[in-house]
Design a protein around this ligand. Sequence first.
Ligand code: PMT
Length: 403
Amino acid sequence: MQILQGKKIVLGITGGIAAYKTPELVRRLKDHGADVRVVMTAAAQAFITPLTLQAVSANAVSDSLLDTQAELAMGHIELAKWADFVLIAPATADSIARISCGMANDLLTTICLATSAPIAIAPAMNQQMWHAQITQENINKLISRKVEVFGPGSGAQACGDVGLGRMLDVDELVALTCDFFQPTTKVIQTDLSGQTWVITAGPTREAIDPVRYISNHSSGKMGYAIARAAQLAGAKVKIISGPVNIPTPEGCMKLSVESALQMHQQALKLAKNADVFVACAAVADYRVAEISTQKIKKSADDMQINLVKNPDIVADVAALSSKPFTVGFAAETQNVEHYALDKLKRKNLDMIAANNVALSGQGFNSDDNALTVFSSKTKTDLPLASKRILAEQLVQLISQHYI
Ligand code: PMT
């Protein structure tokens, strides 16, 4: 089941540059089953058109409190009552100030006042504006009224500044919205303080020539979610990551690699001093035998590339004399249990988390997943959930076995 199936979300868009990301946000919320109705402020329309949001949401966009036609179709009170969740993204400093004061002089602020649904805001503004005392007071006022604050993130800003104030990425906003509807009641009960966890994540790239490579569809979402969960539970976390486009969870150290050989080298170095090693990366089993130093020119109708086997990273970690508690993954398209148990034994792992990557909406590059986790004596099903939630459940399970 999709986590947001049947959920009615009002997405409020206010006037910040991050508004350009909102069509993708609408699309992704809908992918999770949500029905999305967009409310735009006048300033938002300077950045993105209502027509675009109408097309992606497949619903009329509301933008005025005083439009008789719009009020006839779905009035502001009706919209406020319709919502299961109000997400304001981007939420500018101005909109945050006006909502915190309880103003109701445009459609979005009126809905915030008239709704009994939970509200979340995704702040987006210049770092100095975010740090301004008045903004922080407004944020604290909203938090004290149980408004969820998603972000902001840190990094380079449109104005050239660097710091806190960026709207969170669409992936993160979707994950936080899913988490809201599928909350965890502190899944990780174990305190991992003092432990070091090393986690591999993402794909590897095996170069063919200077411009081409062999890789796979791993996004890093599952591995990074495990890193986040372990870090939240108190562990010191090091991620050895192939090339991905997602942010590094706060507080985690990241080592970027490209190829399986590079990942192998880093893994063996870091695993020696780790308590727990989780191999979530989708490592290429083979690499190109001889990487061409020049771009290979097109000539014959067919061509062969010789491949050689890569070292098995997780098996080599499990063979260390100072072996950490070693957890592998098994990405299978058939006979999932059989192949997973074979890998558990053959690679001398303590646990293995198997996922069926042939099922749609889970596995590679999706926000959700389902796992069956095996140790030599146990089998635990972790049913379909967001990767964030699943990661928390997995970390809890690992910590129970490790202690
Ligand atoms: O990154 P996402 O888009 O979120 O997708 C998540 C995922 C589907 C990639 C993840 O859940 C997953 O299944 N990761 C393991 C992928 C994989 O390579 O599985 P495998 O069955 O081929 O490998 C078995 C285990 O050996 C894995 O722990 C793998 O990391 C490890 N391995 C494989 C080959 C190799 N040379 N070295 C390894 O360490």
